[in-house]
Design a protein around this ligand. Sequence first.
Ligand code: GLC
Ligand code: CA
Length: 555
Amino acid sequence: MNKTWWKEAVIYQIYPRSFMDSNGDGIGDLKGITSRLDYLKYLGIDVIWLSPVYQSPNDDNGYDISDYQAIMEEFGSMEDFDEMLAEAHKRGIRIVMDLVVNHTSDEHKWFMESRKSEDNAYRDYYIWREGKDAQTPPNNWGSCFSGSAWQYDEETSMYYLHLFSKKQPDLNWDNPQVRKEVFDMMTWWCDKGIDGFRMDVISMISKTEEMPDGAMRGPYGDFSPYCIHGPNVHKYLQEMNEKVLSKYDIMTVGETAGVTVEHAKQYAGENTHELNMVFQFEHVEGEGKYGKWGTEKTPLPKLKKILSRWQTELYGAAWNSLYWDNHDQPRAVSRFGDDRPEYRDLSAKMLATCLHMMQGTPYIYQGEELGMTNYPFQNPSDFRDIESINAYKEWCAEGSVSHEDFWPCIIARSRDNARTPVQWDDSAQAGFTTGTPWIAVNPNYKEINAKAETADTASVFHYYKKLITLRKENPVIVYGKYELLLPDSEELFVYTRTLENEKLLVVCNFSDKETAFTMPEEFVSASCLISNLPNAYDKQEITLKPYEAFVLQKK
Ligand code: GLC
Ligand code: CA
């Protein structure tokens, strides 16, 4: 297995709008990020993945880009960006940019040209089709953000495709001119000195030519068989690799909706010349009661089976990325742990142990290192996210599901859970802004905040810091082979990591019950690398407290 810096790195995701506001307008910004770099350095992370900071009308908080080479005004200027990059590099922190090129904003100049006429030079930059008839779109596909995936445009009496909001028209990657524009833009950023790309829904860039109706699920058809891992996706990524990526010492991670282990071996294979790693979704995509919306918790045996399959099958063949949450998911501790006050701290540390001891590059989503929780939403007007707003409308206001039924499901999964401001201290607005934040601060900021946690060596923050240090000191954590023990246990997630004659045992109690565990012989006299409770692990029969976690090392 090749050794590389990005295999050994720990990555921290920043959602700039909610990270730190420097000028009191209630919106996080680049200067805010620069002002907190020392905090990130202290935590010990190596790389920042920066969610989009490009010019955008913010229909989808920056994932709708109107100029790839300009900074969103609310976030600052290109000078602010350059300063942030330089200050990060000074501290040994690399910056990975979000690359959103499945679609642009409808306010991008390419699209504004494209919609003007059928013979416009930019017409083929996007995907235009005639409707089936005047009232019916070309096919039945539904957008990820509700409604049809086709928008009728009066100018030319044709429809354009948008797999996300109607302000996010899909680019036509089959047009070589589009690919050239994207590759030139990427080169421009690489020449500026950035350190990589996280590629937004990159598994969707190639569409089948025919575009048939999809299977129905709800009022609209499913487009995924025709847009995910489409016919030319690997060809286009190889071309991107050859023309841009291979020329720089950068890292890439693809957001690949619908990816299987087999696909991942191609997208992120050691020798496939596409990407370095991908985000898979199997462990966060459990079907809810209403599509993705639901309150169910994945049973532990199933969660272990999914994560273990990725660990085992990619070993030596491709590289994993490890995450519990991000800006599109609810908070990790609320979803996979237990955010009741008596268990929040312990279960946040337990989840961190379980993830950071696996093979792959770990991602920490802002605030996860503090054990931040889901937000107690009271009513639909609390939402800021287009997905939650539209889903509520589609299922409740216009649909047949009652508010009482739907509410618990939508608040459990809403992306806004992850988007409330980072809780810096216990002052007004959690120290995020001196003004009014664009989205409400979680009321628990007086107990849960960075100031308190950096001052307390027993905090979730310091636990993450220690996990990061351990990864740096122990190659077995990065390169060791993974093996799952007790696959059927409904309480315990137990695995080993082995590299030559070094071996780790990782034991995590995912339940709120005391649970008995029989230590494998070989670990009875091993040393404890880290644990979230003081306990003695030098005997064979032990009882784990609720959410207890520990790692033993045998040399
Ligand atoms: C990705 C992003 C998400 C965004 C969508 C459309 O899934 O992570 O936030 O809404 O793509 O760009
Ligand atoms: Ca601001």
